[in-house]
Each structure stands twice: as structure tokens, then as C-alpha cells.
Design a protein around this ligand. Structure first.
Ligand code: PEP
Length: 275
């Protein structure tokens, strides 16, 4: 006769083994260097990060300034650490002085491109339509766009942020249709970028859910196919808490990605073994 306690223990073991064999959640951890670093610092950074044991469930992407992309191509050719550009031209080719096309980025081995970072929208007049065309240009060359969307503080306080985020996403959808499901979305509240201020976890959760539901309603993509990163003052102190929020699939990190040690600490904090 089997004791009730033994049965309970067996059931518990069974549940635990199911739980531990469950696939580890993947995070995309992306570094946006903006207009920082030198060639020498870039090489040193890559050397250090390459030494780090990064598990497969932490997809690491670095967005250096354009001139350093060839260094990434040279040093990361057979590495699982990937890289991309911070911007791309909306046009294919031709007389567009100063622009860099998606074809050129593909030549340089870029897997990703940022589209519509708030600094581009605010300082360089990128409208939602321009961002949408840049997104489409990247997709034509099989480069995965990370489309950045976010509201200002005024829009948040005026409770207009849903509307603002929807306008930004709608423009992309209008341009590329269901290919929106091939994009990664980075939710970056403008008021959190470089300020040291982050939204409450409940605000991040609510906004990510809103974006997720919008994506699902647009593209019918499955529950887990949407990829929504959070960006804005992410650092070693807050990354774990934000990672626990539903529909947060990774991070776009500015300031805290400029020192290899800080960036690697963030990766370590996201490892299941935490080491
Ligand atoms: C960014 O610019 O994408 C960003 C998130 O910057 P920071 O982490 O410095 O706020």
C-alpha cells in the first residue's frame, strides 16, 4: 500500500521535473552606443564580451556607430554576439549624401537596425512615416528592425500615451503590413532615456501589454512571437525587476552599455544561475 505522503512526493517531483525542463525564457539584450566610443575602445569591449560565457537564451546585440561596424564584422564573424546599425537610409541608393543604405549594412554583416530612436525622431525630424520607410528598407535586406516607440512625459501625464504609441506603430504597419511580426519593438519612454528615471513596474507592464495586444490584433502573431524590449535608464540595479514583468522580452540599453563590465554584469544578472 503506497502512503499518501509518497504519492504527494512523487507528484511534486514530477511537477518539478516538468518545470525545470521548461524552455528558459529568451531575452534580447541590446546595447545602443549612440555617438560614443573610439576604435580602440570598441576592440577592447568586443574582446572582453567575447570572453564572457553568454547562454543561448540571452541574445546579445550591439549597435555601435557606423564607422566601427567593420570592426564588429572582423571580430565577431563566427560569434553568437550580433550587431547592427543605429540608423539606415529610407532610400535604396543614389544621391543621398551622408546616408547609409540597408544594402551597405547587409554587406557589413548587420543582423539588426534601430529605426525611429527618439533621438532621431526629436533631433532629426524623423516622422512616423520616415521611420516606417526605414523599417521597410531594412526588411528588404533581411535585417531585423528594432522599431523604437515611446511617449514624452507630457503625453504620459496627459494620458495620451496609448494614442501616441498607436500612431507610431500604425505608420509602420501601413508600410509593411504583416511583416510587422518580423520586427522587434523597443518601448522607450522618452522621459526615461538617459534620465535615471524609470516608470513603475506596473506602468511598464501595462504599456507592454498594450503594445503586445496591438501587435496581436494587427498581425495575428502568436502570444510568444511578439518581441517587445524595454529601454530607458536600464542598469544593473533595475534590470532583474524589469525582466520579471510580463511581455518584457529584453532591453535596449544606452548609458549602461558603454562599459563592458557594466554590460556584462547586466547579462550575468539575467542568467538563470545569476553567475
Ligand atoms: C537609449 O538611448 O536607447 C537608452 C535606452 O538610453 P539609456 O539606457 O541611457 O537611458
Amino acid at each position: 500500500m503506497v502512503e499518501k505522503r509518497e504519492i504527494e512526493s512523487l507528484v511534486r517531483k514530477h511537477i518539478e521535473s516538468k518545470f525545470s525542463s521548461r524552455k528558459q525564457k529568451e531575452y534580447i539584450v541590446a546595447a545602443n552606443w549612440k555617438m560614443n566610443m573610439s576604435a580602440k575602445e570598441t576592440r577592447r569591449f568586443i574582446e572582453k564580451v567575447k570572453e564572457e560565457k553568454i547562454p543561448d537564451y540571452l541574445k546579445t546585440v550591439i549597435f555601435p556607430p557606423y564607422p566601427y561596424l567593420p570592426i564588429f564584422q572582423e571580430m565577431l564573424r563566427y560569434d553568437k554576439i550580433t550587431y547592427g546599425a543605429q540608423d539606415v537610409a529610407k532610400e535604396e541608393k543614389g544621391a543621398y549624401t551622408g546616408e547609409v543604405s540597408a544594402a551597405m549594412l547587409a554587406d557589413l554583416g548587420c543582423s539588426y537596425v534601430l529605426a525611429g530612436h527618439s533621438e532621431r525622431r526629436n533631433y532629426y525630424g524623423e516622422t512616423p512615416e520616415i521611420v516606417a520607410r526605414k523599417t521597410a528598407a531594412a526588411l528588404r535586406y533581411h535585417i531585423r528592425p528594432v522599431v523604437c516607440i515611446g511617449e514624452t512625459l507630457e503625453e504620459r501625464q496627459g494620458n495620451r500615451y496609448h494614442e501616441v504609441l498607436k500612431v507610431q506603430l500604425d505608420a509602420v504597419r501601413q508600410e509593411i503590413g504583416d511583416a510587422l511580426s518580423d520586427c522587434i519593438i523597443a518601448y522607450e519612454p522618452v522621459w526615461a532615456i538617459g534620465t535615471g528615471v524609470i516608470p513603475g513596474l506596473d506602468q511598464i507592464g501595462e504599456t507592454h501589454r498594450f503594445i503586445h495586444e496591438l501587435l496581436v490584433s494587427y498581425t495575428g502573431i502568436s502570444e510568444r512571437a511578439s518581441r517587445i524590449l524595454y529601454g530607458g535608464s536600464v542598469n544593473e540595479k533595475n534590470v532583474k525587476d524589469i525582466a520579471s514583468v510580463q511581455f518584457v522580452d529584453g532591453f535596449l540599453i544606452g548609458g549602461a552599455s558603454l562599459k563592458a563590465e557594466n554590460f556584462m554584469n547586466i547579462l550575468r544578472l539575467l542568467r538563470v544561475d545569476g553567475s
